[in-house]
Design a protein around this ligand. Structure first.
Ligand code: PLP
Length: 421
C-alpha cells in the first residue's frame, strides 16, 4: 500500500518571523493589543502576494473568460485556466481536466451530492459518513436522503475523537459512496483516509474526501489518499473567499450530469434542448470568480514555496507545544477535545474551561487581542456526541508561533480570574 502523504512531516523549518511580515493584517492592533490570530480553521489571513496578484489582475487584465478574442480576454482566460493546473499539481492530480473550480468546499460537496448522489448512486445504495463531519459534508447528504430516501450510515468516534473502524466492513455492505473528512475541524483528528478508501473500493463504493481542513495544512496527494473526489476551499489556505475546488476522477465526472445550468457549461443550445460542454467546464456555469481563482493560484504558489511538509511539521510542533503548555498551566479545568498525540492531529485545539461559557472565553481572549472561535463549529451532531453545546477553538497556521500560544494561555488565566474558575 502506498504511504499516505497526508500528514507527512517535512525536514524544512518555517521562518515564522519572516512569514508574519508577509501578512499585512498582522501589523494591526486589536483593542490596543498585538493581533493574535488563532482562527485560521475558519478562514486564514492573506499574504501580500495573494492581495497583489488579485490587484494586479484587476488593474492590468480583467475581462470575462472563455469568450473574448481580444488580448486581455485571452490573457484573463489563460490566467484563470492556469490555476486549474496549479491546483492539480498541489493535490497530485493526474491532470487539470478533473479540477472543477467552485465557490468553496461546500459547493464542491453539494456538486457531488446533487450530481453523483442523485444520478449515479443506485436506488438501494447507502452513503457512509462519520460522526465528526462538518455540516458541509452532512446536510447535502441529509437533503439527498429527504429527496431519494438514501440510507445514511455513520462511522462512530471513540472518546479520544478517533474514528472507530472495527465495524467498517459491515457498515460498507451496500454502500455506494463514502464521504469523510480528512481532518476534523473540531477535534483536529487526522483520519486514516487511505484505510477507509481501500475498504470502500473493495466494497464497490466511491470515496469523497472533505479536504477543507487538510489541504491547507499538509502535503496532499489524491493518489496516496486513494480518493475519487476531493473538496476544499481557498480561503482557509491563504487564498480569497469565493473560490474552492472539487477534484474528481475523470471517468466519474464524465458520467455525472451537469449540476447548474447556464452559460459556459454547454457545447450547444437549441430551443428544444442542449448538449453539455466537456469536463471540467460542464460543471462551471456562468462567469466564474476569476480574480479569486488568480488569488487561489497565488496562494498555492505561496504555500508551495513554504513547503507543505514544513507547514505540517511546524503546526504539529506548535500544537504539541500548545497541548502541553495548556495542560501544565490550566490542569483539569481545561478540557481539550481530540487525540492527545500531536502526530494524530492537525493544528486545531478545541476546549472548554471549567464552566465558563465558550463565548465568554472568546470575549475575554478578544479583549487581549486573541482571536479564537466559539460555538458549535458547524458540527452540531459532533457536539452532541461530545456532550457539549459548544467549545472554544484555537487553530494555528503558518504565521503562528509559541508567543501566540503564550498569549492564548495568558488570556485563559485572565478569563479564569474574571470568572473565578
Ligand atoms: C471540515 C470542513 N469541511 C467543510 C467546510 C466548509 O468550508 P466552506 O465554508 O469554505 O465551504 C469547513 C469549514 O469550516 C470545514 O471545516
Amino acid at each position: 500500500m502506498a504511504q499516505p502523504r497526508l500528514g507527512a512531516w517535512g525536514m524544512n523549518r518555517l521562518d515564522v518571523a519572516r512569514i508574519k511580515k508577509d501578512f499585512p493584517i498582522l501589523d494591526r492592533q486589536s483593542g490596543g493589543h498585538r493581533l493574535v490570530f488563532l482562527d485560521s480553521a475558519a478562514s486564514s489571513q492573506k499574504p501580500r502576494a495573494v492581495l497583489d496578484a488579485m490587484d494586479h489582475y484587476y488593474v492590468t487584465t480583467h475581462a470575462n473568460v472563455h469568450r473574448g478574442v481580444y488580448c486581455i480576454a485571452e490573457e484573463a482566460t489563460a490566467a484563470y485556466e492556469a490555476v486549474r493546473g496549479k491546483v492539480a499539481r498541489f493535490i497530485g492530480a493526474p491532470s487539470s481536466r478533473g479540477v472543477i473550480l467552485t465557490g468553496n468546499a461546500t459547493q464542491a460537496i453539494n456538486l457531488v451530492a446533487q450530481s453523483y448522489g442523485r444520478h449515479c448512486l443506485g436506488p438501494d445504495q447507502a452513503v457512509l459518513l462519520t460522526e465528526m463531519e462538518h455540516h458541509a459534508n452532512l446536510v447535502p447528504w441529509l437533503m439527498l436522503r429527504e429527496e431519494r430516501g438514501t440510507e445514511l450510515r455513520f462511522l462512530p468516534i471513540d472518546d479520544d475523537g478517533r474514528l472507530v473502524l472495527d465495524d467498517l466492513d459491515r457498515l460498507l455492505d451496500g454502500v455506494g459512496l463514502v464521504a469523510v473528512t480528512a481532518m476534523s475541524n473540531v477535534l483536529g483528528t487526522l483520519n486514516p483516509v487511505r484505510v477507509i478508501a481501500d475498504a470502500a473500493h473493495a466494497a464497490g463504493a466511491v470515496v469523497l474526501v472533505d479536504g477543507a481542513q487538510s489541504v491547507p495544512h499538509a502535503v496532499t496527494d489524491v493518489a496516496a489518499l486513494g480518493c475519487d473526489f476531493l473538496a476544499f476551499s481557498a480561503h482557509k489556505m491563504c487564498g480569497p473567499t469565493g473560490i474552492g475546488a472539487l477534484w474528481g476522477r475523470e471517468d466519474l465526472l464524465e458520467a455525472m450530469p451537469a449540476f447548474i445550468g447556464g452559460g459556459e457549461m454547454i457545447r450547444d443550445v437549441r430551443l428544444d434542448g442542449w448538449t453539455p460542454n466537456e469536463i471540467p467546464w460542464k460543471f462551471e456555469a456562468g462567469t466564474p470568480p476569476i480574480a479569486e481563482a488568480i488569488g487561489l493560484g497565488a496562494a498555492l504558489d505561496y504555500l508551495s514555496e513554504l513547503d507543505m511538509g514544513a507547514v505540517r511539521a511546524h503546526e504539529a510542533e506548535l500544537t504539541g507545544h500548545a497541548l502541553s503548555l495548556l495542560a501544565e498551566r490550566h490542569g483539569d479545568a481545561l478540557r481539550i477535545f481530540g487525540p492527545t498525540d500531536p502526530a494524530d492531529r492537525g493544528g486545531v485545539v478545541s476546549f472548554t474551561y471549567s464552566d465558563i461559557h465558550p463565548h465568554d472565553l472568546a470575549q475575554v481572549l478578544d479583549s487581549v487581542g486573541v482571536c479564537v472561535r466559539a460555538g458549535h463549529h458547524c458540527a452540531k451532531p459532533l457536539m452532541r456526541r461530545l456532550g457539549v453545546n459548544s467549545t472554544a477553538r484555537a487553530s494555528f497556521y503558518v504565521y503562528n508561533d509559541e508567543a501566540d500560544v503564550e498569549a492564548l494561555s495568558d488570556g485563559l488565566v485572565a478569563a479564569a480570574e474574571m470568572f473565578g474558575a
